[in-house]
Design a protein around this ligand. Structure first.
Ligand SMILES: O=C(O)[C@H](O)[C@@H](O)[C@H](O)[C@H](O)COP(=O)(O)O
Length: 236
């Protein structure tokens, strides 16, 4: 595990930008394209704005989402909407390179299945294979959740599919599953906010409780794991 402690969110964002750029360009060199699974929430918004200001080969970059709230794509809570506003609407990325998670009017189960099919087709997967994203960006909540994998939910047990229905209380979400996140070539957590200090301590403990702190279940098998953290989350 690589840990980078940053004095503030702006520094953390710059660190993330440099790391992502390095991995995106390496993937394009090696395979002619780069695939990213993006985080939602508030922490990555500034990063997406900074990415939009870069001159990357957008036609060789494909973006997916690690999770999505079950709302229309133009809803203010939509992770897709946030990413479009901060980044995608500002660059010349072909629409076919943008792969949002479907939501309404499908049911959550049907939407998860539809995204599963899209990933299987895009990555040309054989039965039982998982997609391998070049970069997976994740956040963490103050309860230790990541993507939409919340404590003590059924989604934590799903290990035979790439996409499943997450549950934030009564609110359904779509989320990539633990095995999918663990197949990532470069998995990057961006965590800021003193309110997350306790969860971070629990998640990075030597014998963490993954049911209680799901971010602890992200241990990429063949890939790199990066924790880019604001110094305020280090418990004194
Ligand atoms: O859909 C979401 O909200 C995210 O994917 C979620 O997992 C997020 O990364 C964490 O809740 C941290 O959110 P903040 O960055 O807003 O603290």
């Amino acid at each position: 595990m690589n840990q980078v402690i940053c004095p503030d969110l702006e520094t953390l964002t710059t660190q993330a930008l440099m790391l992502i750029q390095k991995r995106v360009f390496a993937s394009i060199d090696q395979q002619g394209r780069a695939t990213l699974a993006l985080a939602g929430g508030s922490t990555p918004k500034r990063l997406y704005q900074q990415i939009a200001a870069q001159s990357w080969p957008w036609h060789q970059i494909h973006v997916f989402w690690g999770d999505e709230r079950f709302v229309p794509p133009d809803h203010p809570d939509s992770n897709y909407q946030m990413t479009r506003t901060a980044w995608l609407d500002r660059v010349a990325m072909p629409g076919s390179n943008i792969h949002p998670m479907p939501t309404v009017p499908l049911t959550p189960t049907a939407a998860a299945e539809a995204y599963e099919q899209e990933l299987q087709a895009f990555f040309a997967l054989q039965p039982g294979e998982f997609p391998v994203f070049d970069v997976i960006l994740l956040g963490m909540g103050d309860d230790g959740h990541t993507a939409s994998l919340f404590p003590h939910t059924a989604a934590l047990q799903v290990c035979d599919r790439a996409v499943t229905v997450g549950q934030k209380g009564e609110e359904p979400r779509l989320t990539l599953t633990i095995p999918t996140l663990n197949f990532g070539r470069c998995v990057i957590f961006m965590v800021a906010g003193a309110n997350k200090a306790h969860a971070y301590t629990q998640v990075t403990a030597s014998q963490p409780n993954g049911e209680q702190y799901p971010a602890a279940l992200i241990r990429p098998q063949g890939g790199d794991l990066w924790w880019l953290v604001e110094s305020t989350i280090l418990e004194r």
